[in-house]
Design a protein around this ligand. Structure first.
Ligand code: SF4
Ligand code: SF4
Length: 200
């Protein structure tokens, strides 16, 4: 369930060639809703595909900061040693996403990013992607159908996830003294509750 929001898009040509370069380059932040979709699709446990990325190694991401054992982290998808995402797989020479129908919203939007300007969600081309994304300036003009259908869900999910992380930081996680094991148990409980409430 999402909310109605005003959205603005750039006029740009884009056609993804499934080179997988964006999957290799970036850590993918997720919310409980992204995690729930992946759990329902794959049957995996969240802790088997999630990782904690240290805040000091990241740029200033617009994601909630999770306090664990004296450190600060962002919640992301696991990667393999070669940089590929845990859900990447090679098919006929292309690096494809094995969870394409349920992939995190950050992945769905790439190479576009969005930001909130008052009550308006504004999408733009991620400037760094101009240097390596071969899908940009290729094919027809982007129609942003996926973004239009999911941005309300994304905005709601991010607001909910901030509260989920606040509850961990302030209460469940004992003010930052909780362990990684305890954090993953908490997230798995939150995601399980979310799935049960969604499918009563
Ligand atoms: S969005 Fe761009 S970088 Fe990512 S897989 Fe598609 S073409 Fe490659
Ligand atoms: S979830 Fe899919 S699209 Fe996103 S980084 Fe992983 S393989 Fe790429």
């Amino acid at each position: 369930m999402g909310i109605d929001v005003k959205v603005e898009f750039p006029r740009v040509r884009f056609s993804c060639v499934m080179c997988g370069e964006c999957c290799r380059r970036y850590w993918i932040p997720v919310t409980h809703r992204d995690i729930a979709r992946i759990v329902e699709y794959t049957g995996m446990r969240p802790r088997d595909f999630l990782a904690l990325f240290p805040r000091e190694m990241a740029a200033d991401w617009d994601e909630p900061v999770i306090k664990i054992g004296g450190g600060e982290y962002y919640l992301v998808l696991k990667k393999r040693l070669d940089g590929t995402c845990i859900f990447n797989k090679w098919v006929n020479g292309k690096l494809v996403c094995s969870i394409h129908p349920v992939k995190p919203n950050v992945c769905r939007y790439y190479p576009f990013i969005y930001w909130l300007d008052g009550g308006v969600v504004k999408f733009e081309v991620y400037d760094k992607a101009l240097n390596y994304c071969p899908g940009l300036n290729r094919g027809g003009y982007a129609t942003f159908k996926i973004e239009i259908s999911s941005i309300g869900d994304t905005v709601s999910a991010k607001a909910e996830f901030r509260k989920i992380v606040e509850e961990w930081n302030n209460t469940v996680g004992k003010g930052g003294r909780g362990t990684i094991e305890e954090f993953f148990s908490y997230i798995e409980r939150v995601v399980g509750d979310y799935i049960r409430n969604k499918n009563p």
